[in-house]
Write a protein that binds this ligand. Structure first.
Ligand code: ADP
Ligand code: MG
Length: 712
């Protein structure tokens, strides 16, 4: 099908930013740092938020947490030097209310200008200070005499920007770029019939609106991102992400993979050595996986299942299929402790079948590392490890299957990197054989955070999904309570009592956003307290700064029941499995995400004994924290908790990808805009099938610039 638009004439968006009037070489460079290289990159560089300087708020009406514009006369000024230079300026709007402006960075001229009697117009965030409301580093300007205040006529957009490029200048450039927007029909990439079917309004109008909301724009709606113009853009952004993941999937599925079929005798022997029977859900999911593996197209499957649903066995069965067919398996986990746990399980299960399991982590170095790499290059059947498996120098002989555990902690980027790694079939003489196409391994992704369906559709559109929706029999639900840290002593007494009954206890110390060193210190404090109460020889300590061998020793002692209490940092978050442990205490629980709390809690409730979870919190609790702890007390259902987490915190947090930012949309918000996803899927399907050219153009428009930026 011919492209709808002849490129040169009707695609002014593809021209370089230098074609925008007033954009010279220096600005081109600065814009490039923001990933803005073409005119359309400027069109789609959307405001993060808006500032409302269209009115002046009376001081009596100011609320902490809001941004406001205020007018007032300087009443008093104080310069302090106690800890660091500080300038405090009290202003008064004549109503008897005052507001404190606080500056930590200021120059002489500024200080000299801000003298009593000066009239100021300020804009900033209102906060609670020690002596009432204040603004830290407000924007401000002096007003002359008794002139009436000239307020802005429209909301000011605030754009993501970079050093050396002020908001005014950037807004100016974007404004000039917007003047180059083609007529609506030429800008639209979603076919008109689909737009009509799904009630999508004009993209051109939407863009103009969000960049320059009119004076009467409903600010409250805009702030929440619920204005139809924003929703129109959110739709297109979600659609683009969906298309891009589907495209990646198609690209992988075009390749060949080795068909992997399990040897029935081997499988029977494996199942016979297990101490349990597979649940129906495990059987169903294993069958789905086996079916995929037998194909010559690469499997791309996500297995999701609540904590303790038994995903490891499903992975092991898949590994057996690969080994049976003479191919290698790589199993990767996000933390060393979890990887070690897999190593332990896999060795225990596979050694009796005569299958060796290799181990590779960052800490395997020198000769040991060279030997492992050597054996892997020669075809060692199973390699377990951390993300060290992705590093250079790890070359497989015939990699047939890649298993990634706790996927959500890796993120899309790493998932794709690993996939690329698997593509190097160079060491395998047979790899290139089928139809001359490159062979790639099958991919199995495991996640214990049940991903809300809406999110899965969007973030994992490149994967098929299987669910282990049943727990092994004999589990008892965990009783959860929240207790203030002020009653820490009572909790220690309860732990003491539980130990006296022969129960085992996890005590988890969490301090997020601090260093590993501080985390270790916090754990050492708790360790000392509990040792004093229960006896030094009965309390173990495990944290991220310990050597793997040392951690393993403590873990083994806890498993064997020699230790009654295990004090740990969140390194035990995922995967650790000690069925006799039935009490879990989590410190600073108010600071953790629900998904993480659920993971932690999932470490208990694995045996037949009723289990307890104590969520210790630092008072006072905010409203949101209170709500979150309540969810934990009310529910043991990972799916419900994940839905709630999504609602309360947003998808980046839920997927653990906030730092890598690859799910950070410009305008869409999965929690808010989930209702758009069914239509996004339909339109996506249709465009991939019937309008592939426009699909590519959409990806270029929304992701192109950012992708070029990421690779720079
Ligand atoms: P997760 O899905 O959280 O990774 P695991 O694979 O670690 O769960 O399994 C949790 C525990 O349940 C392990 O001790 C495992 O041996 C056990 N288990 C797995 N499947 C079954 C089953 N069908 N019946 C009983 N216990 C099982
Ligand atoms: Mg697991």
């Amino acid at each position: 099908m011919a492209p709808r638009h002849p490129v040169a004439a009707a695609e002014p968006g593809l021209a370089p930013v230098s074609t925008v009037p007033g954009v010279g070489p220096a600005l081109v460079k600065t814009l490039a740092r923001l990933g803005l290289e073409r005119v359309q990159d400027l069109w789609f560089h959307l405001p993060l938020r808006y500032e409302d300087k269209t009115r002046v708020t009376a001081m009596a009406d100011l609320r902490a947490g809001e941004r406001a514009q205020v007018e007032g006369v300087v009443e008093a000024v104080e310069r302090g030097f106690r800890y660091r230079p500080q300038l405090k300026v009290a202003i008064d709007d004549g109503s008897g209310h005052t507001l404190l402006l606080r500056f930590f960075h200021f120059n002489r001229a500024q200080a000299e200008q801000l003298v009593p009697g000066t009239r100021l117009l300020c804009y900033g965030e209102i906060r609670h200070g020690a002596h009432g409301l204040e603004m830290v580093h407000p924007q401000y300007r002096r007003l002359d005499g008794n002139d009436a205040v000239a307020v802005d006529e429209v909301l000011s957009p605030i754009y993501p920007t970079t050093e050396g490029l002020g908001q005014k200048r950037l807004a100016g450039v974007i404004g000039k770029a917007l003047a180059l927007l083609p007529p609506a029909s030429q800008l639209e990439l979603i076919p008109p019939a689909l737009c009509a079917e799904h009630g999508l309004t004009s993209l051109r109008e939407a863009l103009l609106y969000v960049h320059r909301p009119p004076p009467d724009a409903p600010l409250a709606q805009l702030v929440l991102g619920r204005h139809p113009a924003q929703q129109r853009l959110a739709f297109e952004e979600l659609l683009t992400q969906h298309l891009s993941l589907r495209r990646m999937r198609e690209a992988v599925r075009m390749r060949h993979a080795p068909p992997l079929v399990v040897d029935p005798t081997l499988q029977r022997r494996f199942l016979a050595t297990l101490a349990f029977k597979l649940t129906r859900a495990q059987q169903r999911v294993s069958a789905e996986v086996a079916q995929d593996l037998a194909q010559t197209k690469p499997m791309l499957r996500l297995v999701q299942g609540d904590v303790g649903s038994g995903k490891t066995v499903v992975a092991a069965l898949a590994a057996l299929a690969a080994v049976s067919s003479g191919h290698q398996v790589a199993l990767m986990a996000p933390t060393e402790l979890l990887a070690e746990q897999h190593l332990h399980n896999f060795r225990q299960w596979l050694r009796p079948l005569g299958i060796e399991v290799e181990w590779l982590a960052g800490k395997v170095t020198g000769k040991a590392r060279r030997q492992v790499l050597e054996r892997v290059a020669q075809g060692a059947p199973v390699l377990v490890g951390t993300h060290a498996l992705m590093q250079e120098g790890v070359n497989f002989h015939r990699l047939g299957l890649v298993i990634v555990d706790e996927q959500h902690r890796f993120g899309v980027q790493q998932r794709l990197a690993l996939r690329d790694k698997g593509m190097t079939g160079a060491n395998d003489p047979e790899a290139v054989a089928i139809d001359g196409a490159e062979q790639v391994p099958h991919q199995l992704v495991l996640t214990a955070t049940p991903i809300p369906r809406t999110l899965a559709m969007s973030a994992y559109a490149d994967l098929d999904v299987s669910s282990i929706d049943e727990l092994p029999p004999g589990r008892t639900p965990v009783q959860t309570i929240a207790i203030s840290n002020a009653r820490r002593f009572d909790v220690i007494e309860r732990v003491q009592a539980a130990c006296a009954e022969g129960r085992q206890v996890y005590w988890v110390c969490t301090l997020i956003e601090e260093s590993e060193q501080l985390r270790a210190q916090a754990a050492e404090v708790a360790h000392a307290e509990l040792s004093a109460a229960i006896g030094e020889t009965r309390v173990g300590l495990i944290h991220g700064r310990m050597k793997p061998a040392e951690k393993q020793r403590v873990m083994d002692a806890f498993k064997a029941g020699q230790l009654a209490v295990l004090v740990a940092t969140t390194v035990i978050e995922v995967g650790v499995d000690v069925p006799n442990a039935s009490v879990m205490v989590i410190e600073n629980s108010e600071r953790l995400g629900l998904a993480q709390l659920h993971q932690l809690r999932g470490r208990v409730g694995r045996g037949a004994v009723a289990s307890n979870c104590v969520l210790l919190y630092q008072p006072p609790l905010g409203q949101l924290a209170r709500e979150r702890l309540q969810v934990m007390r009310d529910s043991n259902d990972g799916f419900r908790i994940a839905e709630k987490d999504l609602e309360l915190r947003g998808p980046g947090e839920v997927l653990g990808t906030r730092q890598t930012g690859q799910l950070s949309f410009r305008i869409a918000d999965l929690a808010r805009d989930a209702h758009l996803l069914p239509a996004v899927q339909q339109v996506g399907q249709n465009m991939l099938a019937d309008h592939p050219q426009q699909a590519s153009q959409l990806i270029e428009r929304w992701i192109g610039g950012a992708a070029r930026y990421a690779h720079a």
